[in-house]
Design a protein around this ligand. Structure first.
Ligand code: ADP
Ligand code: MG
Length: 266
């Protein structure tokens, strides 16, 4: 359903040949419908760049992206947005603080729809739908529909962003360390909510995480990026039985792996 073919992406900020940074080095990946893929890798290994290439924020130097068999290379970011749900690390990014919960939801539900004359005032059906959706989160947000989102905690905002990203079931959900800015307990809660939504709705999902335990616990496939290349791709039975020890063993067997940051092991 998503096919990434021989993607190369380099950055060169100064124009000097010696400053060329290869962010993705011939990356290919075939994602099946309903796959929930966790992505790990050190700082600067190319994880976010991969998501930015899929969503059309950057164009690759070479290679192709296909969604449902259609080549989307020429499709700009705003046209791909209707296929994609995205949640970033920063809880501020996904919602508007000066609008209420229900106003944010209303905007999310209109996303990707043909533009209609924009008028405020919500239908009763929408309100009931939003209330039911909020109840799923079990964070009490169904009672706070009229409050400004800026008053919510980081965890509540991430959960809300996640819910909104899935109002119009996206073809692909892209999560870029969306629990990394939260305290461990809240991160755990948002992670469980994520798993519930993704598995119940069978949403094809790519999730970047610093938390190795989460990468192991959730999803049906785990990939690891290192220096712009996919160096591990573990799926099926092997993924289901994977432990932290197995992963660490694979790291120690591969001298190329750069563990240059704080991957969380506990
Ligand atoms: P990760 O998300 O795995 O930490 P990134 O994909 O953000 O890594 O970055 C991969 C490499 O590409 C890094 O060396 C980073 O500095 C570089 N890079 C990413 N985005 C840009 C950009 N917009 N401009 C210049 N260099 C970038
Ligand atoms: Mg990143």
């Amino acid at each position: 359903m998503l096919k990434i073919e021989n993607i190369v992406k380099t950055f060169n900020l100064t124009g000097n040949a010696e400053d060329i940074k290869v962010a993705l080095n011939d990356v290919s990946l075939e994602v099946n419908e309903g796959d929930f893929i966790t992505i790990i890798g050190g700082n600067g290994s190319g994880k976010s760049t991969l998501m930015n290439i899929i969503s059309g924020v950057f164009s690759p130097d070479s290679g192709h992206i296909y969604i449902d068999g259609d080549c989307v290379d020429k499709l700009p970011e705003h046209k791909r947005a209707k296929y994609l749900g995205r949640v970033f690390q920063d809880p501020q990014m996904g919602t508007s603080p000066n609008m209420s919960v229900i106003e944010n939801c209303e905007i999310a539900i209109r996303r990707g729809k043909k533009r209609s004359p924009f008028k405020w005032g919500f239908t009763k059906e929408h309100k009931e739908f939003f209330e039911e959706e909020m109840k799923k989160l079990d964070l009490g947000l169904e009672k706070r529909l009229n409050q400004k989102v800026g008053l919510l905690s980081g965890g509540q905002r991430q959960a809300l962003t996640l819910l909104m990203a899935n109002f119009e079931k996206p073809k692909i959900l892209l999560l870029d360390e969306h629990t990394a800015a939260l305290d461990p307990k809240t991160a755990d809660k948002v992670m469980k909510i994520t798993n519930d939504i993704v598995t119940k709705e069978n949403i094809t999902t790519l999730m970047i995480t610093h938390n190795m335990k989460d990468a192991i616990k959730y999803g049906n496939r785990l990939i690891m990026l290192n220096n712009g290349r996919i160096i591990l791709d573990i799926k099926g039975e092997e993924k289901a039985n994977l432990t932290v020890e197995d992963l660490l063993k694979k790291f120690s067997e591969n001298p190329d792996i750069v563990m240059n940051d704080k991957m969380i092991l506990s």
